[in-house]
Write a protein that binds this ligand. Structure first.
Ligand code: NAP
Ligand code: MG
Length: 404
């Protein structure tokens, strides 16, 4: 079989620990035998980030902007414990995901990967629910403090022009807690663009929810910006027969539980944080989840939602063949290659992405899976736990048949 040719490089961001091991296995078994891979490789492994003063992360993000599509392996975000584990680190480097996100100015879309033998806890859910989480501001970039006497707090904004705007927050007759939060019009706007663009890209309805009945100006602005930005996309939505609708977060929660799935639910930062954990847990596991960062200029970065699976890595270093689930990382590759194919008009690459996903799901539905999934399988289905290596080989044999 001739290998599939590519025209534009895919930006490849390698990572750390167990996922770095899986990365190589996936490339060797599932990508390189079938695709004449054209990639621009960036090693975001912790030690290489350290050697380059983290420049490699910035370069990788800029390459993502240049070429449009990247695939990223999970990476270590160093904390104090990692500083002891890797004494050569010259700095507690920032989260690569944070750095990349701020350069691309993106929104993260996460969707569960469904298989027949694992049913969501919510019986009505038939199709994936994608959460689009705004990743800037609100309580995540707020200030707060505690006061221990009666008094009054004010909120003051001082413009560069010198103009001031002050409101009383509250008068209290005893100890109290206070918080000041913000968001920027620019960030809300780019969040809205990313959501509408992604809905068009995936041909799914878009829901957006806030609490604008209570937070009239703050959440009201989110609602108004979405309404305004939607005007740019309305015609395209009509063409595709998809819908945008806004509702209160309380109503959204009730509708989500009663729904069949198959739409994008855009959430403010905190709502998205909490709801994505709820939705992913109800669907199964983090290792069965796709995650893609989409920028308002239409750049894409595909990744796994989970971390570097440190515990498995240390067992691997002791010589054990681990049973780490590679599905999310495989789907990062399939998503990236398919998008590259779509952008470059290479149909074979689009079909390859689809086939790779189909072969992966078939393997699980045939009862062959990594150990984390065995316990989730419905009665009546067979479930045999195998090592990552065997699992990937089983996917390869199904992929070969699909492509033959
Ligand atoms: P983690 O790597 O997601 O793993 C937590 C636990 O979840 C694992 O010990 C394992 O449980 C289970 N698990 C996660 N992914 C799995 C998979 N693919 N297959 C099987 N089991 C899986 O989270 P963490 O241990 O909190 O973080 C480890 C490192 O990852 C940290 O240094 C963190 O900075 C980094 N991280 C990176 C990203 C990213 O780059 N996107 C995201 C999150 C965390 P058992 O051990 O019980 O089997
Ligand atoms: Mg969370």
């Amino acid at each position: 079989m001739d290998k599939i040719k590519m025209t534009t490089p895919l930006v490849e961001m390698d990572g750390d620990e167990m996922t770095r091991i899986l990365w190589q296995m996936i490339k060797d078994e599932l990508i390189l035998p079938f695709v004449d891979l054209k990639s621009e490789y960036y090693d975001l492994g912790l030690l290489h980030r350290n050697e380059t003063g983290d420049q490699v992360t910035v370069d990788a993000a800029n390459a993502n902007k240049k070429y449009g599509v990247a695939v990223k392996c999970a990476t270590i975000t160093p904390n104090r414990q990692r500083m002891e584990e890797y004494p050569q680190l010259t700095e507690m480097w920032k989260s690569p995901n944070g750095t990349i996100r701020s350069i691309l100015d993106g929104t993260v879309f996460r969707a569960p990967i469904l298989v027949d033998c694992i049913r969501p806890v919510v019986k009505t859910w038939e199709k994936p629910i994608t959460i689009a989480r705004h990743a800037y501001g609100d309580v995540y970039k707020s200030v707060d403090f505690f006061t221990d006497e009666p008094g009054e707090a004010f909120l003051t904004f001082r413009g560069v022009s010198g103009k001031e705007h002050t409101v009383s927050v509250q008068k209290v007759d005893g100890p109290a807690v206070w918080q000041g939060a913000h968001n920027t019009d620019k960030s809300i706007r780019s969040f809205a663009h990313a959501c509408f663009q992604y809905a068009i890209d995936t041909k799914q309805d878009l829901w957006f929810s806030t609490k604008d009945t209570i937070s009239k100006v703050y959440d009201g602005h989110f609602k108004a910006v979405f309404e305004e930005v939607f005007e740019d996309y309305k015609a395209k939505f009509e063409d595709l027969d998809i819908e945008y609708f806004y509702t209160l977060i309380d109503d959204a929660v009730a509708r989500v539980i009663r729904s069949q799935g198959g739409y994008i639910w855009a959430c403010k930062n905190y709502d998205g944080d909490v709801m994505s954990d709820m939705v992913s847990t109800a669907f199964g596991s983090l290792a069965m989840m796709t995650s893609v960062l989409v920028s308002p200029d239409g750049h894409f970065e595909y990744e796994a939602a989970h971390g570097t699976v440190t515990r498995h890595y240390y067992r691997y270093l002791e010589g054990e063949e681990t049973s780490t689930n590679p599905i999310a990382t495989i789907f990062a590759w399939s998503g990236g290659l398919r998008k590259r194919g779509e952008l470059d008009g290479i149909d074979a690459l689009v079909k390859f992405g689809d086939a790779l996903e189909q072969a992966s799901l078939q393997t699980i539905n045939d009862g062959i899976m990594t150990k984390d999934l065995v316990g989730l399988v419905e009665p009546g289905f067979s479930a045999k736990g195998v090592t990552s290596k065997v699992f990937i080989q089983e996917i390869r044999s199904r992929l070969e048949k699909l492509l033959a």
